[in-house]
Design a protein around this ligand. Structure first.
Ligand code: NIG
Ligand code: FE
Length: 402
């Protein structure tokens, strides 16, 4: 009798998270983990024994997709701001006038935990329908201890109630809340002394992020946040070089950041710092597109220095109201000239690396979680090339169709 938790996908066209296999493959899953892989040409009758067989019929099998940067828990929306931008106002102007992130802060503070959960759930379900099996969710629209923790609790609940792995990030240093107007250092003190310890003590955050920018926090302030995060055993990440070049990426890399994200304005010194530290550069073409940014991230330099590139939606109400990771594959190729292989690595192996999960997901190799996607195509490039198709035939989480 085949065990219900032992499944064997046969005749799969494989993209393992880094590369495409040269011949049709069999992928064996036991108890939620990848057990072994074999070319079909080497598969014996004995190999099949004890497995429930699933014939992929030549279709593409990839790791479940990893969206390593989202802000999908929030109150309200910013459709009005979208209209204002179309009338000529810039993102920075809107932010300085108390709109932007702060308008979402008002709506998020006013929402109950249940209301935030109800609003976030369909956003996450949209990502899941697109093949996402691991997602990172940031706080950052509460900007005080209670509201930041409230957002993180909603993120954790999404991970418990839906079939998706959720990684949470405390982004207390996202913007200056009105109570601390003109006292950014005082607010950073609150983040370091109260928010980070509370989030760590309650097990609500896996990592800590910052927004290092002229309209947000300085490099020195971000470094204080990194030190506090590390003192509490949390990983670190940064929103850096999105709108200008402050050197925030290099500072994050020096502090041991898993990833720096956006990086349109990153220069070669910054790229070298990432290479040296093994920090991932996470590209967010959705925000680039929505803000009609013209400065493209330094892709050639990142390639030349061997910096791993992840790719994510940045799903948020302001700069990237986008809930499709597959759209990012296409945008990364079209707008940033990534190759389809680089883009796919960005939402699998490198996305997992940006979350410190290289040992757990993002690749189809023995020992990893059996999070997989089976697509109605035999060509991995089609995932980046086409919008709306190919269809996701099967989404598999820990070995179970989900
Ligand atoms: O990743 N850069 C800062 N934070 C978000 C935008 C958040 C917002 O506008 O609400 C980003 O683009
Ligand atoms: Fe972001």
């Amino acid at each position: 009798m085949p065990s219900s938790s032992h499944r064997l996908w046969v005749n799969a066209t494989l993209f393992d998270g880094l590369d495409a296999a040269a011949e049709p493959m069999a992928v064996a899953v036991k108890d939620g983990r990848i057990a072994w892989l074999k070319p079909m040409s080497a598969l014996s009758e004995a190999d099949r024994a004890g497995f429930e067989l699933i014939d992929a019929e030549g279709r593409l099998l990839t790791p479940g997709l990893v969206d390593c940067h989202t802000h999908l828990v929030y109150g309200g929306n910013r459709a009005g701001e979208f209209e204002a931008r179309l009338e000529g106002k810039s993102y920075e102007e809107i932010a300085r006038a108390g709109g932007g992130i702060l308008s979402t802060v008002r709506a998020t503070r006013a929402a109950s935990e249940d209301e935030l959960y109800a609003a976030a759930r369909p956003r996450l379900e949209a990502l899941m329908a697109d093949g996402v099996t691991t997602v990172e969710i940031k706080s950052g629209y509460g900007l005080d201890v209670d509201n930041e923790l409230k957002m993180l609790r909603v993120a954790r609940r999404l991970g418990r109630e839906l079939k998706v792995r959720v990684v949470t990030t405390l982004l207390g240093a996202h913007a200056l809340p009105p109570e601390y107007k003109d006292d950014a250092d005082g607010y950073i003190e609150l983040v370091c002394r109260r928010m980070i310890p509370a989030a760590a003590a309650e097990g609500l955050a896996d990592a800590v992020d910052v927004f290092c920018e002229n309209i947000a926090f300085s490099v020195a302030q971000c470094e204080r946040v990194y030190a506090a995060a590390k003192a509490h055993g949390l990983a670190i990440k940064g929103h850096t070089e999105q709108l200008s070049n402050l050197g925030g990426s290099a500072a994050a890399a020096r502090a041991g950041a898993l990833s720096v994200d956006h990086v349109e304005y990153l220069d070669e010194t910054g790229v070298k710092a990432l290479a040296e530290a093994g920090t991932v550069a996470t590209l967010l073409p959705g925000a680039f597109y929505i803000l009609r940014e013209t400065k493209v991230p330094p892709i050639a330099l990142l390639r030349r220095h061997g910096v791993p590139m992840a790719l994510a939606t940045d799903a948020n109400p302001g700069t990237s109201p986008i809930f499709s990771l597959r759209l990012m594959l296409n945008m990364a190729c079209t707008l940033f000239r990534l190759t389809p292989v680089e883009a796919l690595r960005g939402v699998t192996a490198q996305g997992a690396r940006a979350l410190g999960l290289s040992h757990e997901c993002g690749r189809i190799v023995p020992g990893m979680a059996a999070d997989l996607c089976l697509w109605e195509t035999d060509n991995y490039a089609e995932l980046a090339y086409s919008l709306g198709l190919p269809r996701l035939v099967q989404r598999i989480v820990a070995g179970e169709p989900a």
